[in-house]
Design a binder for this molecule. Sequence first.
Ligand code: ZN
Length: 243
Amino acid sequence: MNMENDILILQEILNRSKRIVFFGGAGVSTGSGIPDFRSDNGLYTGEFEGLSPETILSSSFFYLQPETFFRFYRKYMLHPEAEPNIVHKALFQLEQQDRLRGIVTQNVDGLHRKAGNIRVYELHGNVNENTCMECNASYKMDTILQTEGIPRCECGGVIKPNVVLYGEPLEKYVCIGARREITNADTLIVAGTSLSVEPAVSFVEDFRGKNLVIINQEPTSADEKATLLIRADVVSVFEKLNI
Ligand SMILES: [Zn+2]
C-alpha cells in the first residue's frame, strides 16, 4: 500500500475525467465535525432508553413518539454551525470547472449546497427543509431549533423534517436523477461510505464508466470492483489533491 502513489493516480484520473460523479456518505461530513451516528451507536443511546438511532429515526417511531424523536433529532441531527470542509470545497471547484456532473449524497446536512454546488442529489433529504404535514408550508432548520417539543406550524399542523426516515421510500425524482448521472459518468468516486445502507450498492452498480474510485477507511461492498481503492479518510486524501 502506497498512499502517495495512490494520490498521484487519483490526481491523474481527475485531470483526465470530464464527467465525474461523487457518491458520498457520513465520512464526508465527519470532517466538518458532524459525527456518524451509524458508527458509534453507544454515543447516542444512553439517554434514549437504549434505543438505537435507527429505531428513533424510523417512520413508525416518528408518529408514535414524536417528542422523543425531536429531542434526539435536535440534539444529534442538526448542526447549524457546521461548515463545508475541503472535500465540499474541492467538489464545488470541480463543478465550476464543468468536470463534475453531480454529487449523490447520503448526508442530510446540506453542506454540499452550502459549499455552492448545484447538482446535488440528496438521497436522504436535507435538514434545512421542513414541511407542515397539514398545509405544506415550508420551514427552515431555525424553526426546529427555536421551538421545543413537537414543532408546529401556524396552522397547528406538525412540522416534519424533509429527511427520509427508516421505513420511508426515497424520493423517486432524486433517485432517477442520481442514477442518470452515475450511468453517464466516466469516473465515479465513492467516498466516506461503506455502502452498507440500501440502496447505495445498487446505485454504484449502474456505473458503466472507466474509473471507479473508492476512498474509505473501512472495507466497502464494492471494493472488488474498484479501479482505485484508497483505504483512508476522504478529507486527508482531498487535502493532498490539486483541484
Ligand atoms: Zn401548516
